[in-house]
Design a protein around this ligand. Structure first.
Ligand SMILES: Cc1cc2nc3c(=O)[nH]c(=O)nc-3n(C[C@H](O)[C@H](O)[C@H](O)COP(=O)(O)OP(=O)(O)OC[C@H]3O[C@@H](n4cnc5c(N)ncnc54)[C@H](O)[C@@H]3O)c2cc1C
Length: 812
C-alpha cells in the first residue's frame, strides 16, 4: 500500500511500502534524491508501538499575506445544517425533566456549545425551572448532532420497541428523556453514566422511559462507549454466566474494533481475524524519520481528517484519551503552474460558478427523477453540459481553477467525475457531521491502538471462506478453521468486489448486485518528511493548479502536518484519473514530480526546497486487503445499496464497514458507527432467537436428531460428504439428499452440518473428485447447488426424508 523515499544525510533513499510488503528504493546519489533508485523489498508492516512525540498544539493563526481561498476539506459543497430551524417546539414544551435542586454529579453541559466541540469546557451550572425549555432545546441539538431525528424515532429505536406506541405523548416524552441522557453522558464522556444518574434529573413517573432510553442508548453504543479507563473497566469485564454466543469478526479496522468491543460488553465471545499484521485497516499512521532519527513525524496514509467534530464518536474517543485536536484552518492559497498565487477575485468567481453548476445539476435531477425514476448519468457529463451551455470558465486560467474544484470533488468521492451518479452522488450530504474538521496530533493510529487494546485479535489471518448454516458458521483463515455462532464481515467493499472471500452458500443475489453496483474508488498520497518547514507552518493546506485536465488530481492539494505530525511533513494528494495512473508510477518519479511542483511554487519567492529526508507513496488500489480507498455512489447505484450491503444473511452473517453506512459512508466515523450498529443488531437477533416457543424448540431438536439417525447409515459416504438416495427411484436423474460436515478447531469442536439436494449422477461426479474443498467448489460452481441448514431444506428434500423414514420403519 505504501512506498517510501528516505535519504539519510548524504544519501537519498526512496522506498515504496506496499502493505503488508514494504518496497524501498535507495538512491546513493547525494544531490538527486529521486533518481537512480535501487529497489529492495522489506517484508513488513509493523504495528508501530514506539511512543510518538506529543506535538505542541499551536494557536491557529492565518498565514501573513495569504488569501483565504477555498477550503478543500473533505466536503462536497458548502452547506451547513441549521439545527435551530429543525427543533420541534411542540416537543420542547413537554416537561419531563425536573429542576435540579442541586447538581449532584459531574454531568452538566454548556448552554452555548455542543460538548463535542474542541473548545467545550465542562461547566457546572445550576438549572432553574425556567431554564428547562432551553435545556431541552440544547439537548435536542446534541441528539441531532449524533444523528437522531428531531422529533421522531430512528429505525433502530422502533425495532427495539422503545415505546409502546409510535407517535403521541409517550414518544415525545421518550425523545426528551433520550436526548437528556445522551447529552448528560456527552458532557463528561470519561465517566460511566449509570441508570441512577440518569434518573436523578427525570421525574419519577417517567422511570419506565428512563429504563427504555437508557437501555437503548447503552446497547446501541450511544453512551458509555469508548476507551476511558472507567468505561473500559466496565466494558471489558468478562460477563457472568454463559456467553450469549460466539462471534467471529473479520477485519480489525475501525468498524471491526468498535463492534468487537461492544459485542464483548454485550456478553458475546469474540475473536477478530485480521489479514494484515496490524489492526487499523485503512487507518494507517506511518512513523517517518530522517537518517539521523532526530527528525520524526507521524504521517496518516489512510484516513486522516475527522470530518465534522460535533457528535462525532471519534471525537469522544479523543476527549477520553485527552488528546488535543487541531482544527484544519480555512485558508488554502492556490498556486498556478508558474508558482504565482491565484488572483483572489478570479478564485472567488470560479468557486461561485462551480457551486452554481452543482445547484443547476441538483435542480435538473429533481425534475428528471420525478419524471423518469431510473434515469442516471454521470455527474461529470451533467456538469460539463451545464458548463458549456452557461459558458463557465472559458479562459484557460478559469478552466484550471474549475478543474481544481473538480479534482477536489474527485478527492472527496475517491473517483472520477465520469463514474459518479448524478442522481445520488451526494445522498449522504444531509447527514454530514457538523463542526470543525480536525486532525489528531500524532496520527489516527493512536485511536486504533487504544481501541485494539485487550481485544482477542489474530493477525495475519486472511479469511478466504465463510460457511454458514442454521447451526452456525465456519470461517477459514490462514489455513485454520474457526467455528462460531455468527460472523461479522467488515472487509472493505473492494475486497468483496474481488470475491476474495467465498461464501457458502453464496450471498443472496440482491447483495451481490449491490456489491457490484456501488463504487469503490481510489485516493493516493505522497507523504514527505523534510529537514525543516520551508512552506510556513501557519497554514494547513495549499493547492496547485495544472494545465492538463486529465491530470488535474495529481498533487492538486498539499496538507501541511507540521503542527500535528511532530515534524516538518507535507502530504500531497493524488485524486481522480491521476490516482489510477499513480499506482503504476515509480515512487522515485512521483517524488521528483512533487518536488518539481514545490520548487515551482517556492523558488520564485526565494525559498529553497530542501532534499526530503524520507517519502512514502501509497498504493491503495493494489492493497490486497482493500483494493481501493473508499466507497462512492456509482452511476446506477443509490444510497439504498449501502443499506443492502448492511443486511445480514440468514441471521448468521452480518456486515459492517464504511460501505455499509448510508449516512456516513467513506469516513472513519461511519466505519466506527457501523460496527456499533451491527453489535446491537447481533444482540437483537440473538435475543429474538433465544425466545422461540418451547414447542418449536422441541420440534427442531427432534427433526435434526431424526436426520442424524438417518445419516448414521448413509447410502454413500466420502470425505465429509454423506448421501441418502431417494428410495423411490434408482434413476441417475433422481434426487439424493447430501450432507456435508464441517468441523472447526476453534471456539467449539462440534460439527456443523449443511444439506443440499443433488442428482444421483452428480453424487457420482463428486465421489470421483479427490478433496472436499474441490467437491464444494464443484457443488457451487458446476452444479449451482446451495447448501442450507436443516430448517431451510426444500419440500423435495423433506419428501425424501419422509420416504426414507417410512421405508426404514417398515423394514424394522
Ligand atoms: C487514502 C485514504 C484517505 C482517507 N481519508 C479520510 C479522511 O480524511 N477522513 C475520514 O473520515 N475517512 C477517510 N478515509 C476513509 C476511512 O479511512 C475508512 O472509511 C475507514 O477507515 C474504514 O474502516 P473499515 O473498518 O470500514 O474498513 P478497514 O479499515 O479497511 O478495515 C477492514 C479490515 O479488514 C481487513 N481485511 C480485509 N480483507 C480481509 C480478509 N480477507 N481477511 C481478514 N481481514 C481482512 C483489512 O486488513 C482491514 O484491517 C480515507 C481512506 C483512505 C484509504
Amino acid at each position: 500500500m505504501e512506498t517510501t523515499v528516505s535519504p539519510p544525510e548524504s544519501t537519498s533513499n526512496v522506498s515504496t511500502n506496499v502493505d503488508p510488503i514494504e518496497l524501498s528504493a535507495t538512491n546513493n546519489n547525494t544531490n538527486d534524491t529521486t533518481t537512480n533508485a535501487a529497489v529492495s523489498y522489506v517484508p513488513s508492516d509493523p504495528l508501530e508501538t514506539e511512543p510518538i512525540s506529543e506535538p505542541h498544539e499551536p494557536q491557529n493563526q492565518p498565514l501573513p499575506g495569504s488569501q483565504p481561498g477555498p477550503s478543500p476539506q473533505k466536503k462536497r459543497r458548502r452547506r451547513r445544517k441549521i439545527f435551530t430551524d429543525m427543533i420541534s417546539t411542540s416537543a420542547s414544551r413537554l416537561r419531563v425533566l425536573r429542576p435540579h435542586p442541586k447538581q449532584t454529579t459531574a454531568y452538566s453541559h454548556s448552554e452555548t456549545e455542543l460538548p463535542d466541540s474542541p473548545s467545550y469546557q465542562h461547566h457546572r451550572k445550576r438549572k432553574s425551572p425556567p431554564d428547562l425549555d432551553k435545556e431541552v432545546d440544547i439537548e435536542a441539538l446534541i441528539a441531532i448532532s449524533v444523528g437522531f431525528p428531531v422529533d421522531s424515532l430512528t429505525e433502530e429505536e422502533i425495532e427495539a420497541n422503545v415505546v409502546s406506541q409510535i407517535g403521541g405523548v409517550e414518544q415525545a416524552n421518550y425523545i426528551i428523556v433520550r436526548n437528556h441522557i445522551l447529552a448528560r453522558w456527552r458532557s463528561n464522556v470519561s465517566l460511566w453514566l449509570t441508570k441512577d444518574h440518569a434518573l436523578e434529573s427525570i421525574r419519577a413517573e417517567h422511570k419506565n422511559l428512563v429504563n427504555s432510553a437508557y437501555n437503548f442508548l447503552l446497547h446501541h453504543g450511544y453512551i458509555n462507549f469508548g476507551v476511558a479507563p472507567a468505561i473500559k473497566e466496565v466494558k471489558m469485564k468478562p460477563v457472568d454466566g454463559m456467553p450469549k454466543g460466539s462471534v467471529i469478526v473479520i477485519g480489525a479496522g475501525l468498524s471491526g474494533l468498535a463492534a468487537a468491543r461492544q459485542l464483548i460488553f454485550l456478553g458475546f465471545k469474540v475473536v477478530v481475524l485480521e489479514g494484515r499484521a496490524r489492526p487499523g485497516g485503512r487507518v494507517r499512521t506511518k512513523k517517518m524519520t530522517g537518517g539521523d532519527s532526530k527528525t520524526l513525524a507521524a504521517a496518516d496514509l489512510g484516513g486522516s481528517v475527522l470530518t465534522g467534530i460535533n457528535g462525532n464518536p471519534l471525537g469522544v474517543l479523543v476527549r477520553q484519551l485527552g488528546f488535543p485536536l487541531h482544527k484544519v484552518r480555512d485558508i488554502c492559497p492556490l498556486y498556478l503552474p508558474n508558482g504565482r498565487m491565484v488572483n483572489s477575485d478570479v478564485d472567488s468567481k470560479v468557486e461561485v460558478s462551480f457551486n452554481e453548476l452543482l445547484d443547476k445539476v441538483c435542480k435538473l435531477r429533481q425534475g428528471i427523477m420525478e419524471e423518469v425514476k431510473s434515469v442516471d448519468v454521470s455527474l461529470g457529463t451533467a456538469l460539463e453540459a451545464f458548463r458549456s451551455v452557461y459558458k463557465v470558465a472559458e479562459d484557460s486560467m478559469e478552466r484550471m481553477l474549475l478543474d481544481w474544484h473538480l479534482a477536489n470533488l474527485e478527492y472527496a468521492n475517491a473517483t472520477l467525475m465520469s463514474n459518479l451518479s448524478m442522481a445520488f452522488w451526494d445522498q449522504d450530504d444531509p447527514y454530514e457531521m457538523g463542526g470543525d474538521h480536525c486532525f489528531i496530533p500524532g496520527g489516527n493510529e493512536r485511536l486504533v491502538r487504544a481501541l485494539a487494546e485487550d481485544l482477542p485479535i489474530f493477525s495475519d489471518r486472511p479469511v478466504d471462506r465463510v460457511i454458514y448454516g442454521n447451526d452456525g458458521v465456519l470461517v477459514h483463515a490462514g489455513g485454520q478453521e474457526y467455528r462460531g455462532d455468527m460472523v461479522l464481515c467488515t472487509v472493505p467493499l473492494g475486497v468483496l468486489k474481488r470475491g476474495v472471500i467465498q461464501f457458502v452458500p453464496e450471498l443472496p443475489q440482491r447483495k451481490q448486485d449491490a456489491i457490484e453496483r456501488l463504487g469503490f474508488g481510489l485516493l493516493n498520497k505522497v507523504a514527505i518528511l523534510f529537514p525543516y518547514d520551508f512552506w510556513g507552518g501557519e497554514i494547513d493546506t495549499f493547492g496547485h493548479l495544472t494545465e492538463e485536465p486529465n491530470m488535474r488530481g495529481e498533487f492538486f492539494l498539499f496538507y501541511s502536518y507540521s503542527s500535528v505530525a511532530g515534524g516538518p511533513l507535507l502530504v500531497a494528494l493524488v485524486a481522480g484519473e491521476a490516482a489510477v495512473k499513480f499506482e503504476n508510477m515509480s515512487p522515485v518519479e512521483s517524488v521528483s514530480r512533487v518536488l518539481e511542483i514545490l520548487k515551482g511554487i517556492f523558488s520564485p519567492k526565494g525559498i529553497a526546497v530542501p532534499d526530503p529526508l524520507q517519502a512514502v507513496c501509497t498504493r491503495w488500489g493494489q492493497d490486497q486487503f482493500s483494493y481501493g480507498s473508499y466507497s462512492y455512489v456509482a452511476i446506477g447505484a443509490s444510497g439504498d445499496d449501502y443499506d443492502i450491503l448492511a443486511e445480514s444473511v440468514a441471521d448468521r452473517v452480518f456486515f459492517a464497514g464504511e460501505a455499509t453506512n448510508k449516512q456516513y459512508p467513506a469516513t472513519m466515523h461511519g466505519a466506527f458507527l457501523s460496527g456499533m450498529r451491527e453489535a446491537a443488531h447481533i444482540n437483537r437477533v440473538v435475543k429474538r432467537r433465544s425466545m422461540p416457543s418451547p414447542e418449536k424448540l422441541n420440534n427442531i431438536n427432534q427433526e435434526s436428531s431424526d436426520l442424524d439417525i438417518l445419516f448414521e447409515t448413509p447410502d454413500l459416504a466420502f470425505g465429509k460428504f454423506s448421501v441418502l438416495y431417494d428410495p423411490r427411484s434408482a434413476d441417475l436423474e433422481s434426487n439424493a439428499l447430501l450432507r456435508v460436515a464441517f468441523q472447526g478447531d476453534k471456539l467449539n469442536s462440534d460439527f456443523l452440518y449443511l444439506y443440499g439436494l443433488v442428482q444421483r449422477k452428480q453424487v457420482i461426479e463428486l465421489n470421483k473428485v479427490e478433496e472436499d474443498l474441490s467437491r464444494i467448489k464443484m457443488l457451487n460452481c458446476d452444479f449451482q447447488v446451495r447448501l442450507v441448514g436443516r430448517n431451510d431444506l426444500c419440500n423435495a428434500a423433506e419428501c425424501i426424508i419422509t420416504c426414507i423414514k417410512s421405508g426404514r420403519l417398515s423394514s424394522t
